[in-house]
Design a protein around this ligand. Structure first.
Ligand SMILES: Nc1ncnc2c1ncn2[C@@H]1O[C@H](COP(=O)(O)OP(=O)(O)OP(=O)(O)O)[C@@H](O)[C@H]1O
Ligand SMILES: [Mg+2]
Length: 323
């Protein structure tokens, strides 16, 4: 049994790690299900669950495949949808223990909130979520935690970076919807240097979809837009639509815009010792950023950018638990 569990509920995927080396993710898809438990769609990993707590016994389809459209509202942390995603994280965690484990008692549960929501009241509200109850196929499950620790997204990644005492690092967490940016001086958050901007990968994918539609009249899914970003082409009918020029313009435009938005918070970015980029967006867009700033400033992509936050939460939980 794990004593520590960390869950990073993002707008596009939920990342989970435990203290036994367990690590997994699933899409942040939640939909109200029929109480008969009929599955909507044919995703492999979706779970039909009836959730207690603030969900008040409502049924949801949670998880789903990557072609499900993501539908989370802004500020969804602490809402019934968030609770349902947490229940799914607990369900898969219990399943990873093998056998028929239906209950767990954790010492510490680590969860996150976007950096700009790290207000006292919000943190206090989120700390109350120490009990998750749900049922799947008629079997009840529970997960309790002695203590819930709420971490600021993005900042938790610092745990995964080696830095010097005097080093000033710009940290960027590129998520699906949110982009958290901050400056850390010798490991401490510099006041006024941080914000959550609402343009993550979704913004880039949206522009690619628009351009593709303008060229062909057809609509791309998130999945195809993401692939197009990598391959710069898409088959349409008997044609191969090349989008190399558009992808270059869109991604460069994204980084120019980002640098413009960051400047009021970071000042002269050239004065930073280095910039570290994490989040799933770093996998998709990090290289372009690196080449754009090459020669001006040192830019690094984290080793495991997608799990950067959640493994950061886990490191902090280990120290809280005195390990
Ligand atoms: N392994 C990967 N390869 C390529 N692209 C990826 C990968 N993982 C994630 N992405 C892309 O990066 C995006 C952001 O992923 P991430 O897990 O950081 O988002 P999130 O935490 O759910 O979003 P937010 O931080 O806005 O809540 C995904 O929507 C996807 O487009
Ligand atoms: Mg995220």
């Amino acid at each position: 049994m794990s004593k520590l569990l960390a869950v990073d509920v993002g707008y596009s995927q939920v990342k989970v790690v435990d203290d036994r080396g367990g690590k997994f993710l699933f899409p942040s898809f939640v939909d109200r299900s029929f109480s008969t438990g009929i599955k909507l769609g044919g995703g492999m990993d979706e779970t039909v669950m009836t959730c207690g707590g603030i969900c008040q016994g409502k049924s949801y389809v949670v998880g789903g495949n990557s072609s499900s459209s993501l539908n989370l509202a802004a500020n969804f942390h602490g809402t019934p949808e968030w609770y349902a995603l947490m229940c799914k994280a607990m369900f898969d965690h219990l399943g990873s223990m093998g056998g028929k484990v239906t209950d767990t008692q954790l010492e510490y549960l680590g969860i996150g909130v976007p950096l700009d929501q790290r207000k006292n009241e919000k943190v206090k509200e989120m700390e109350q979520f120490n009990f998750f109850e749900f049922s799947v196929d008629g079997t009840p499950y529970t997960a309790r935690a002695d203590k819930v620790v709420v971490f600021p997204q993005g900042m938790a990644m610092l745990q995964e970076i080696d830095f010097h005492e005097d080093e000033e690092i710009g940290l960027i967490d590129i998520g699906y919807k949110t982009l958290d940016v901050m400056v850390l001086d010798g490991g401490s958050l510099v006041s006024d240097s941080y914000t959550s901007l609402s343009f993550g990968v979704k913004d880039v994918l949206g522009k690619i979809k628009d351009q593709f539609k303008a060229k062909t009249g057809a609509t791309l899914s998130d999945r195809r837009a993401q692939k197009l970003l990598r391959t710069k082409k898409q088959t349409y009918g008997r044609e191969t639509i090349s989008m190399a020029k558009e992808v270059k313009e869109i991604t460069e435009g994204y980084w120019n815009n980002l640098l413009k938005e960051i400047r009021p918070f970071w000042g002269e970015i050239e004065m930073l010792d280095r910039i570290v980029v994490g989040g799933g967006g770093a996998v998709l867009l990090g290289d372009i950023f690196k080449s754009k700033l090459a020669g001006n400033i040192q830019v690094e992509i984290m080793d495991d950018p997608v799990f950067g936050n959640v493994t950061g939460y886990m490191k902090s939980l280990h120290s809280l638990a005195g390990e």
